[in-house]
Design a protein around this ligand. Structure first.
Ligand code: NAD
Ligand code: LMR
Length: 332
């Protein structure tokens, strides 16, 4: 029997990530090649004409899985009955703006969209926040949508995770699909900690630890970490625009693994509500290694954390605590 369509909301759909993301969803990259979808696209009034252009292109592409498109500037219409919400819309940083000004605009948006989702989304809607500051926007969304279970609200650090896989693959000259179990801890910012201590590579002689294969601690403790931490800025410098195709593809990876499950023996990184695991303060949206089964993520427990890693886990937690305070001061 044919599956019922899943309604997927993309906010900021007229923007550059939106333009890369909606065709991926319509092609089944996010939810699988046999899962019909109805796309809900939200943007703001000044982008309404561009949004309508995206809708026209979706119709013209004649995607077999696409069973409907809602393109709107009305947040209630956008959120109604959605099963998955990918929150990409946000206010970009403009010249002369302080961090606090950007934070203030974005947390106000996430507070109001939290209410719309809470009232109008389908029960058990899964939410992925992409727009920056991604962790803190997700936290605000969670706090102002108290009836959405905290398990259902996440932020995107899968792009950082994929960037870490990519760096190891290039360094070792192995296919990226043979590298697994890197971890991104903490914030989607330059304080994040990309950790390869538990990562491995598939070789003809079995799985080998990345640390043993790289055998260059200087690179692993230095350039590898800073390259992943600074990759977003490097893309902006090169493209004069922030990452879009990789962000869209990683958003699909995040939702696909969350809904359909992670492969046996593999974990991925997701920004999720901290329960105090690894002594990360509870009440932050923090990126952890997780496995997913039956539509639920679980933080991987019991990984040994060395002293150097401990400092890095704490540093990024401190930044998130400061962001949380700043976000609340903007809302008061
Ligand atoms: P963009 O400026 O091209 O698009 C953003 C869109 O959001 C625009 O169309 C804008 O009109 C819309 N928008 C603004 N306010 C809105 C609102 N209240 N409701 C709905 N839509 C609204 O930006 P982009 O390049 O697509 O990036 C989007 C966001 O994703 C940015 O915040 C960026 O920093 C972030 N980002 C995050 C990651 C990550 O890994 N977490 C990676 C790349 C980019
Ligand atoms: C990225 O990681 O590519 C983005 O978060 C960068 C940005 O500031 O938009």
């Amino acid at each position: 029997m044919a599956k019922q369509p899943v309604r997927v909301l993309v906010t900021g759909a007229a923007g550059q990530i939106g333009y890369a993301l909606v065709p991926m969803i319509a092609r089944g990259v996010m939810l699988g090649p046999d899962q019909p979808v109805i796309l809900h696209m939200l943007d703001i009034a000044p982008a309404a004409e561009a949004l309508n252009g995206v809708k026209m292109e979706l119709v013209d592409a004649a995607f077999p899985l696409l069973k409907g498109v809602v393109a709107t500037t009305d947040v209630v219409e956008a959120c109604t009955e959605v099963n998955i919400a990918v929150m990409v819309g946000g206010f970009p940083r403009k010249e002369g703006m302080e961090r606090k000004d950007v934070m203030s605009k974005n947390v106000a948006i996430y507070k109001s969209q939290a209410s719309a989702l809470e009232k109008h989304a389908a029960a058990n809607c899964k939410v992925l926040v992409v727009a920056n500051p991604a962790n803190t926007n997700a936290l605000i969304l969670k706090e102002f949508a108290p009836s959405i279970p905290e398990k259902n609200i996440s932020c995107l650090t899968r792009l950082d995770h994929n960037r870490a896989l990519g760096q190891v693959s290039e360094r070792l000259n192995v296919p990226v699909s043979d590298v697994k179990n890197v971890i991104i801890w903490g914030n989607h910012s330059s304080t994040q900690y990309p950790d390869v201590n538990h990562a491995s590579v598939k070789t003809p002689a079995g799985e080998k630890p990345v640390r043993a294969l790289v055998a260059n601690d200087e690179w692993l403790h230095g350039e590898f970490i800073t390259t992943v931490q600074q990759r977003g800025a490097a893309i902006i410098k090169a493209r004069k625009l922030s990452s879009a195709l990789s962000a869209a593809s990683s958003a699909c990876d995040h939702i696909r693994d969350w809904v359909l499950g992670t492969p046996e023996g593999t974990w991925v990184s997701m920004g999720v509500y901290s329960d105090g695991s690894y002594n990360v303060p509870a009440g932050l949206i923090y990126s952890f290694p997780v496995t997913c089964r039956n539509g639920e993520w679980t933080i991987v427990q019991g990984l040994p954390i060395d002293a150097l890693s401990r400092k890095k886990l704490d540093l990024t937690a401190e930044e998130l605590t400061e962001e949380k305070e700043l976000a609340y001061s903007c809302l008061s």
